[in-house]
Design a protein around this ligand. Structure first.
Ligand code: RTP
Ligand code: MG
Length: 139
């Protein structure tokens, strides 16, 4: 049985603004995963509302959409063996303050008072979300 998967990653506006695009993509490539599509865009509300559908109504939803549309993001489709789980692991846990050292968020993420929005990277969390998110960002 093949375990090759595709996942959607976003380098969030804080990552692009801090010139960490190369560093983050490099970590993904060094792990052995392959970037198969790559785009830079400042997402509009419609794309973000679709992407963050599951979080609609939560207290952090509006600030999150505001932040995510505040500047360019890099979107990529990444391919590899068990890549969905693998990149979630590379990214580290949501809050960069407590994300494990060695992870993207743990090594590079900063503590922004009152929020964990600025955590550099998004990565799909299941095959279902990967398919859904790839469709949203790359059609
Ligand atoms: P992601 O979807 O971005 O990979 O991150 P995640 O699974 O680790 O986090 P999730 O719970 O899905 O939340 C999505 C994004 O919303 C922001 N967030 N802010 N309490 C808060 O202020 C809060 N909680 C979540 C983060 O940017 C998070 O990555
Ligand atoms: Mg999530």
């Amino acid at each position: 049985m093949s375990t090759t998967e595709r996942t959607l990653i976003l380098i969030k506006p804080d990552g692009v603004e801090r010139n960490l695009t190369g560093e983050i993509l490099s970590r993904i490539e060094r792990k052995g995963y392959t970037i198969v599509e790559l785009a830079m865009t400042t997402p509009d509300r419609e794309v973000l509302a679709a992407h963050y559908e599951e979080h609609q109504g939560k207290p952090f939803y509006e600030p999150l959409l505001e932040f995510m549309s505040s500047g360019p993001v890099v979107a990529a489709i990444v391919k590899g063996d068990r890549v969905i789980e693998g990149i979630r692991s590379l990214a580290g846990t949501t809050d960069p303050t407590v994300a494990a050292p060695g992870t993207i968020r743990g090594d590079l993420g900063r503590d922004w008072p009152g929020t964990v929005q600025k955590n550099l990277i998004h990565a799909s969390d299941s095959t279902l979300s990967a398919d859904r998110e790839i469709e949203i960002w790359f059609g």
